[in-house]
Ligand binder design. Structure first.
Ligand SMILES: Cc1cc2nc3c(=O)[nH]c(=O)nc-3n(C[C@H](O)[C@H](O)[C@H](O)COP(=O)(O)OP(=O)(O)OC[C@H]3O[C@@H](n4cnc5c(N)ncnc54)[C@H](O)[C@@H]3O)c2cc1C
Length: 390
């Protein structure tokens, strides 16, 4: 049996792809709002897409901190590519942590290692107004098969994915929050694009609306209820990995500013440029943002080893912690990029300068909207009325 690569090996591969493939293509991906096909193909070739597959199925079984490092390293070069990788890992962990005793999903996880399929997600739906814990569409089952139609408002890189995980109601009688998660593979579905994706940032995620028309075998329905998958996996992985990649973008913006300030210092040896103090202040915020996602990732990894992990991850205090991380990092990333821009000045404002911060700025502005911070704060407000303090 071939042993799976270590975290250090995988991280080195991602760093090389970030530098040699993602960074040179990032401006073109952004200008043309096109899918970062070269980067995703390089990730597949380097066996990165199976990084979260458990060892039992031949994968490297990376933990949350390690996945976060992969996403942040890639997003520093191209925010859209980092977001695609984070969303893929999030879908993969939903399968890896909730396959129960399903033979179909066990063999699919082994297939992820050999075939490196790219997984995307459709939780959004016309009429649910951004509430991922609510579906209108419902599964229809007949003789061991299902059909599912969904009107998605936003579906990142669905047109380029090899499979999509879709939320839906259990059946047509079920309540809106009685949801399941279904894996539809290429060949199982047709997509009709219904809206455009001409956005300020994250343009390479290619996330327009779609009509999804799918069918498949009942074994493609994940055994656990979506309520459980969401609290134990989808929410923690999305919020922590998104935070890591927003930090990766902010970190690259900071480094551009640092390069600029050091250049100023070299021009006037012996005197400190006035921007150096601003840079020092900014490094405080950058460090605090990194510590926030990394500490939460480490806590998640520690909790995951405990016998009462499920109860802890379903505790209201953990839910508030996830919400706080998402709100905090999605607010900090644009602030850090903004302050980097104030340090660099016009050369950061220009699109064609080596210090340009235009794409970074536009990309991180999506963070507070991607599951609206107002919606998340509203949920925390309700939880805090009944949650015990630590
Ligand atoms: C880059 C990017 C990629 C995405 N990729 C995907 C994907 O792959 N799959 C997918 O399914 N979805 C995806 N989404 C969509 C995402 O999951 C959300 O559905 C979407 O961001 C919510 O859109 P909205 O702002 O229109 O909706 P809403 O959340 O309804 O927000 C609309 C407005 O209502 C306000 N609001 C909402 N709730 C409250 C409240 N409780 N209190 C006060 N104000 C409130 C908000 O502030 C906002 O101004 C993506 C989004 C982005 C930005």
């Amino acid at each position: 049996m071939i042993s799976s690569p270590t975290f250090d090996e995988l991280h080195e591969r991602v760093r090389a792809i970030a530098k040699d493939v993602a960074a040179p293509q990032a401006a073109d991906v952004d200008n043309n709002a096109r899918f970062p096909a070269e980067t995703i193909s390089a990730l597949k070739h380097a066996k990165i897409l199976s990084a979260a597959v458990p060892k039992a199925f031949g994968g490297p079984d990376l933990n949350m901190q390690q996945l976060g490092y992969l996403c942040s390293s890639l997003s520093a070069a191209c925010g859209s590519s980092g977001m695609v990788l984070a969303m893929h890992f999030n879908q993969l962990t939903c399968i890896a942590r909730h396959y129960c005793d399903s033979d179909f999903f066990k063999s699919y996880l082994a297939e992820v290692v050999t075939e490196q399929p790219l997984l995307s997600s459709i939780t959004s739906e016309e009429g649910t107004f951004g509430d991922t814990r609510s579906s209108i569409c419902a599964l229809e089952r007949h003789h061991g098969r299902f059909t599912l139609k969904k009107e998605a408002t936003t579906g990142s890189y669905c047109a380029f994915a090899d499979a999509i995980l879709v939320t839906c109601r259990r059946n047509s009688e079920a309540a809106n929050n009685d949801q399941l998660l279904v894996l539809v593979k290429k060949g199982n579905y047709s997509l009709t694009q219904t809206t455009s994706w001409d956005t300020m940032g994250m343009r390479g995620t290619c996330s327009p609306g779609f009509s999804l028309d799918s069918s498949g075998d009942e074994c493609q329905i994940l055994p656990n209820d979506y309520a459980e998958i969401a609290s134990l996996t989808m929410v923690p992985y999305s919020h922590i990995l998104w935070s890591s990649l927003w930090w990766g973008i902010a970190n690259d913006a900071y480094h551009r500013a640092a390069r600029y300030v050091r250049g100023q210092a070299r021009k006037n040896p012996g005197s400190l440029p006035p921007t150096a103090t601003r840079l020092a202040e900014l490094s405080v915020q950058l460090q605090s943002m990194k510590n926030n996602w990394l500490a939460t990732a480490a806590e998640f990894d520690d909790i995951s080893t405990l016998s009462d992990a499920k109860a802890r991850l379903q505790d209201l205090r953990w839910a508030v912690k996830m919400n706080n991380l998402k709100i905090s990092c999605s607010n900090q990333a644009p602030e850090i990029v903004h302050k980097s821009l104030q340090i660099v000045g016009l050369l950061g404002y220009k699109n064609d300068s080596p210090y340009s911060l235009s794409r970074h700025y536009r990309d991180v502005l999506s963070a507070s909207l991607m599951i609206s911070n107002d919606r998340i704060a509203g949920k925390s407000a309700t939880l805090l009325m009944v949650s015990k303090d630590d």
